[in-house]
Design a protein around this ligand. Structure first.
Ligand SMILES: C[S@@+](CC[C@H](N)C(=O)[O-])C[C@H]1O[C@@H](n2cnc3c(N)ncnc32)[C@H](O)[C@@H]1O
Length: 304
């Protein structure tokens, strides 16, 4: 089966193969298994004798990946629900102290975005949910209706880099004063109305609610905290000589990875293999819109 049939085209597959350079018998930690797009490419490379540990917060993605990644007798597959930030506990639970290769492909996948009931998309009407892990309590609807105007503005600015954060927060508070905001459509309309009315000028061609939705998703799932926690612990989990690859999709994520690798270099922990972040080539950018903002950084774990 081609990876495209997975309903989520994995990004930067060739650069991942080049820079991770998977070999037969290696152990891989895939912290963002999703629908198993990267796994489908990496698993055959670690056969025979390899072990692929795939983790996702989202039970639905995990179930689908489990169905799609054919069991094979020459690679051990361990697919578990969990948070990649808990890498040490997950590996200990599986009796694997360290891994040779680790991969994070951040954010959400197309299957989650396309499902209205998950509430990730401003394009599709659905409940304001946005949780990767649906057993988590807090949803986007809670933040949108609970936070104060200034807390909302800070959230949109900090996690969405939204320049009109204050005006948008004010508008949301006006709308929710009339009625609790519970759907993606009502929220997207509230945000768009700030720009339609000329109160704020739209920058670029993206939908006016793009940054607000990103900010809420990042906050609901504590995405930056998880990334920082994982990077802080990855040095213990990747064996000396092993490699760590992170694909990020916005400058907040990439900045965290860049800083970790720079500090890791100074501390003699990581050596960044990719001097500049690797981006998709023109062909991939044309065929897979998600690849346009993808940036890959890869580091090798130095000998202690
Ligand atoms: C971009 S997708 C990964 C796609 C995957 N590489 C593929 O090719 O199919 C990101 C996935 O990471 C999951 N995720 C996000 N944050 C996570 C976390 N802290 N721990 C585990 N999984 C997480 C999401 O549920 C989503 O399925």
């Amino acid at each position: 089966m081609s990876t495209a049939e997975f309903g989520h085209e994995p990004v930067l597959v060739n650069p991942i193969l080049k820079w991770l350079d998977p070999q037969p018998g290696q152990v891989v930690f895939d912290g963002t298994l999703g629908l198993g797009g990267h796994a489908g490419v990496l698993v055959p490379k670690i056969a025979p004798g390899g072990r692929y540990i795939g983790v996702d917060l989202d039970e639905a993605m995990l179930a689908e990946a489990r169905r799609r990644l054919a069991a094979r007798d020459d690679v051990r597959l361990d697919l578990v629900q969990g948070n990649y930030a808990d890498v040490e506990e997950i590996l200990a639970g599986l009796g694997a102290a360290t891994v040779d290769l680790a991969l994070l492909d951040l954010g959400l996948n197309s299957a989650q975005l396309d499902e209205p009931a998950r509430g990730f998309s401003f394009d599709k009407d659905g409940p304001l949910d946005m949780r990767f892990n649906r057993s988590q309590k807090e949803q986007a609807v809670d933040l949108v209706n609970r936070l104060s105007e200034s807390e909302l503005a800070d959230l949109f600015y900090e996690f969405g880099q939204e320049g009109a954060s204050r005006k948008i927060a004010k508008r949301i508070c006006q709308v929710r004063h009339e009625r609790r905001i519970t759907t993606t459509k009502v929220l997207a309309q509230a945000v768009a109305s700030v720009f339609d009315s000329g109160q704020a000028r739209q920058v670029g061609k993206i939908h006016p609610a793009t940054r607000v939705f990103q900010a809420l998703r990042v906050a609901v799932n504590r995405e930056l905290d998880n990334l920082r926690a994982f990077l802080g612990r990855a040095a213990k989990s990747v064996s000396p000589g092993g490699r760590l690859a992170v694909i990020s999709f916005h400058s907040l994520e990439d900045g965290i990875v860049k800083r970790c690798f720079r500090e890791g270099k100074n501390a003699g922990i990581w050596s960044e293999l990719t001097r500049e972040p690797v981006v998709a080539d023109e062909t991939e950018r044309r065929s897979n819109p998600r690849a346009r903002s993808a940036k890959l950084r890869v580091a090798a774990r130095l000998e202690p």
